[in-house]
Design a protein around this ligand. Sequence first.
Ligand code: G6P
Length: 607
Amino acid sequence: MCGIVGFVGKKACADILVKALKRLEYRGYDSAGIAVFEGDSLKTVKAKGKIDEGLVRKLSEETPLTATAGIGHTRWATHGEPSDINSHPIGNGRISIVHNGIIENYRKIKEFLISKGYVFESETDTETVAKLLDYYYKGDPMEAIVKTAAEIEGSFALGIIFKDFKNTIFAIRRESPLIVGKGEGESFIASDVTAILDHTKDYYLLEHNEIARLDENGARFFDFNGNVIEKALHTADWDLDAAEKGGYKFFMLKEIHEQPEAIRKTITPRISDGMPDLSECGLTPEKLRGYKNIFVVACGTAMHAGLVGKYVVERIGRIPVTVEVASEFRYRNPIVSPDDLVILVSQSGETADTHAALTLAKDMGAETLAIVNAKGSKIARDADMVIYTHAGPELAVASTKAYMVQLAVFYLFAFELAWARNAISEEKCRSLVKGLEEMPALIEKVLEKPDSSQFAASKLVAAENLLYIGRGLDYALSMEGSLKLKEVSYIHSESYAAGELKHGTISLITEGMPVISVATQTDVFDKTVSNIKEVKTRGAYNIVVARESRQPGSDAADFIITVPETDDILMPMLAVVPLQLIAYYTGDLKGNDVDKPRNLAKSVTVE
Ligand code: G6P
């Protein structure tokens, strides 16, 4: 969703701001703009569309800007369609702002400001903040910011510049993320650290209701009473390579290839002497023995990781697990008790619905565990316990490596829980951990042979509809395969429990319609093959993902993609790779912008 950047230093800032905005493109956006201190005025350039086609083109038509300080924004439309007018920065000649979040009481404020004679140009909620700041600004920026922040409700990260305070940026946040970067003689604001990695790895995390003031002397932080706050400096462990494509056509493909390393980084610190060890986050065997129910709450791909987690935890840990999308959980008055564990899964740690579910679970007295990739993010900070996945920055909107390491954490969690509850023997636990440790090398083998996934993609590219089917863990996985395809290829697909097909959905099968089946689970293999035959009989073109040692015959499958051998329970980590590749190659073959699919945002900070 929206991205914020800002720069104060000695160099010309327009290019710096544009480049930083490009690093935030992955968040999803539909317009972009900058506002800078040019001479004695505030100069704004903004445009609908992609940065290169809109903002950069407009900038190239202007006299080159010489400003050394300014703010920038990528907007993902919520209030008002994508347009030049609704783009940020928004303001007048004396104040300009960029905003990420939603101002919930903007209508009330707008009415008040109209009654004071203000005229609104855009349809955005952000314009009410810009005008309220203007209303309260009597020469003291801090006073105007504090008074404005006291009145606005909702979520916001704001970058603010005042014409009277040349080369100074103010920033404030509540809910929405914002960091302040510290370089050599220059300072930055940004929605996340990837935006500033070209310049520095050092940054401060701005907390709720803290105000940052950046000028040529660096950054200082204040509370609402104007008291100075001392803040800890963090250093990003993500380097620039991690945020660049490194020879791959798209980040998505690069990130698929980074999965083995991401798993190694995620599991190695949590395995001690061949056994799982999640004690770093406070998950003791006593706690694991005490939980009555487990809930997994998340959105999108993270929720799909939870589905695999459910099958695994229930199968070996014998404890009930409920998986639910956060937007449902938060509003359905769920039955959660203090004996329960609620696991929130989120790559970004920013997703609004997942955070609301976390708050609800805490209010209901349950213990909360966050599985999060982004360090210091909202969900990570607010949960009782956190396990960080170590995927590094994931920049493609369609999540791949973050999903993979979420699976890895669910496996470790399930193994430790099952062992703590005496549901599996130590020997079994050790052998499962060993299987998990072998996974990166097996995935590398799958990645060495992308041809079969490429071929499968060539069979999908002309399809308008298709189905993914499977049973048990294969069904949980097929949901992720279907979502990935929808995200990047825009082909309509549904995922269905293979055994349920004949109760309605099989009516959709027409001559030549592709069906992708996942058939890796030994106990239900024969049943799944029967279902594959059922759709073949009705004309489907069957692409089957199966283990090397057990493949369906040609009476069922038209094309088989095999994966190496591993324990049934670990199979999803291997079988998801061809599904990711099929989605990627299909999107690429269709000429789509695979990393930035239409209408999607990487982190969804609104509900
Ligand atoms: C968005 C993204 C998805 C992601 C979901 C949850 O919809 O496009 O790729 O799975 O949000 O995001 P999270 O950061 O909470 O994992």
